[in-house]
Design a protein around this ligand. Structure first.
Ligand SMILES: [Mn+2]
Length: 155
């Protein structure tokens, strides 16, 4: 996914949020984040471990929020869209138990929409040049990004 420069406001990039919505909100307050013109880019891993996984995942439906997928989202997508017991177990031991609270049918629907709009990599145009965003390991030369196996970019 390639994103045009934000000429109206500022762009921020945030690391793994892992369900900690309140911590994110207080950081946004500190920088005076303006949802009408600033944008926030996430490197993925919005979910699992913290207290508000669903709310953090739902940020991707906000017009000011963009995220690539992390290995935790990939585990959720694989778990909810597949029928492999091992895939599901892998997510559960890595923090996916909140799925039971939210409900599997509801989360499957949200996760389907999320998967559609969470790419493996993003390229952000800035005043200083192109900024590449991936969850895990970028290629040593960003020009090779389209040749790299998605697994390496996510895990
Ligand atoms: Mn993580």
């Amino acid at each position: 996914m390639k994103i045009k420069q934000n000429k109206a406001g500022r762009d921020f990039i945030v690391g793994d949020i892992h369900g900690h919505l309140a911590l994110l909100q207080s950081e946004l307050e500190i920088v005076g984040f303006d949802k009408s013109k600033d944008r926030l880019f996430s490197v993925g891993d919005l979910i699992d471990r913290g207290p508000n996984s669903l709310d953090c995942l739902s940020l991707i439906f906000e017009p000011w929020f963009f995220a690539v997928r992390g290995n935790h989202e990939q585990m959720m997508f694989d778990s909810l869209n597949g029928d492999s017991y091992q895939t599901h177990e892998l997510w559960m031991i890595n923090g996916g138990a909140w799925m039971d609270v939210v409900g599997i049918d509801f989360l499957r629907e949200v996760s389907k929409q999320a998967a559609d709009i969470m790419p493996v990599w993003m390229e952000l145009e800035t005043e200083a040049g192109i900024v590449g965003i991936v969850h895990a390991e970028p290629p040593s030369d960003w020009a090779d990004i389209e040749k790299i196996n998605a697994q390496n970019l996510i895990w």
